[in-house]
Design a protein around this ligand. Structure first.
Ligand code: ZN
Length: 369
């Protein structure tokens, strides 16, 4: 099987295509992050992804995204090998895969992934690309390489690739040649002559035509593709983070980001970032409310005590301060919810309206608490 990574002109963007062996048949696929599964792709060569997307999907074990979209298939001529009702028309680029076919492709991909040790890869990622200790990825890689080199969990950043040069024009070159009536490159015309005429035509043509020349890397194993992508990530100082809410790996857009932009597990209508900022807002509002209520109750009790010229209500005031302090600590420790603390404060507040009863209670409990 092979994995083809084409480096696109857009910074950080690549095009990733691969094939999966299904019995004697081959399924051709393009990795198409963010493209809706089951939708056909008009031109597989134009699908651009970030060079780190594939690694992030693998870390998050998002196989549905990893398996990408079907762009074509070739079938063996051996009728024995075919499963009659499970065949996709060859070159049917518009084919839309159903869930069962996607599931089969995922199983085939998982088989390919068997030669990647997930845990070793995660260790490598956590040492080199995640840990925030003020060092660059390259510095951390240097240390990792030195320390882990002879350990059994050493993830060696090694790959073999075949490089091809790929050139493209914004307009189809063949059409351009045909339109200028240069003739078919494949016919018996002298290629040197066609080349010279084409150069002259291009010179006098529309100068807005864009040309692209780039590298196409071919890997034999998915592990080699991973290593190449990791190497690029280190070179580009690409920082990975693990969301503090949902534990998903992600590439932060801000250096201080701690939550991802995926759907939060707690609320399907919010991302982790939105959900957590909402949660913090609520907590802060509640904390502010608790502080306000505490001061209110304290001032009332203090007022009563002072008005009695220090003769009464001392126990009541002390008891309140002591209990509020304990509850506040419990909230900090996570033993008590801020809501329960608030409810208790509200109870303390409303009890002031029944001053007489409270006074009786005060008298009764005096010295006991
Ligand atoms: Zn998250």
């Amino acid at each position: 099987m092979n994995y083809i990574c084409t480096l696109l002109n857009d910074k950080d963007k690549i095009n990733l295509q691969f094939s999966l062996q299904k019995g004697n048949d081959i399924l051709y696929r393009v990795y198409s992050q963010n493209q809706e599964q089951g939708k056909s792709i008009d031109d597989r060569n134009t699908v651009a992804v970030n060079y780190y997307d594939f690694i992030i999907d693998y870390l998050n074990k998002d196989y549905i995204s990893l398996v990408g979209q079907l762009t074509g298939a070739s079938f063996s001529n051996d009728p024995e090998s075919k499963e009659a009702d499970d065949i996709i028309e060859a070159d049917d680029y518009a084919h839309i895969e159903d869930d069962k076919e996607i599931e089969t492709a995922v199983l085939l991909l998982k088989k390919e992934l068997e030669n990647v040790d997930y845990n070793n890869l995660v260790l490598f990622i956590e040492k080199v690309l995640i840990e925030q200790n003020g060092l660059s990825c390259k510095q951390k890689f240097l240390i990792y390489d030195h320390v882990y080199r002879y350990k059994p969990n050493y993830h060696e950043l090694c790959f073999n690739a075949t490089q091809e040069v790929k050139s493209e024009m914004a307009v189809d070159l063949k059409k351009f040649l045909d339109a200028n009536k240069i003739g078919n490159v494949n016919d018996s015309n002298d290629p040197s002559e066609i080349f010279n005429i084409a150069c002259e035509n291009l010179k006098s043509s529309d100068k807005t035509i864009t040309y692209r020349i780039g590298s196409k890397l071919v890997f034999n194993y998915i592990s080699e593709l991973f290593n190449y992508l990791l190497y690029e990530m280190i070179n580009n100082e690409c920082i990975i983070k693990k969301c503090l809410n949902c534990s998903t790996y992600f590439i932060p857009t801000r250096s201080d980001a701690v939550y991802c932009n995926n759907i939060s597990p707690q609320n399907k209508t919010k991302t982790c970032v939105d959900y957590m900022s909402y949660k913090h807002y609520l907590e802060k509002t509640k904390t502010d409310e608790a502080t306000r209520l505490y001061k209110l109750v304290y001032n009332i009790k203090r007022g009563k005590y002072e008005r009695s010229r220090g003769k009464n209500f001392k126990t009541d005031l002390d008891k309140f301060i002591k209990e509020a302090k304990k509850r506040k600590e419990d909230v900090k420790k996570g033993i008590m919810s801020i809501k329960d603390y608030l409810d208790w404060l509200k109870e303390q507040h409303t009890s002031k309206h029944v001053g007489k009863i409270e006074f009786k209670k005060e008298g009764k409990n005096n010295g006991i608490s």
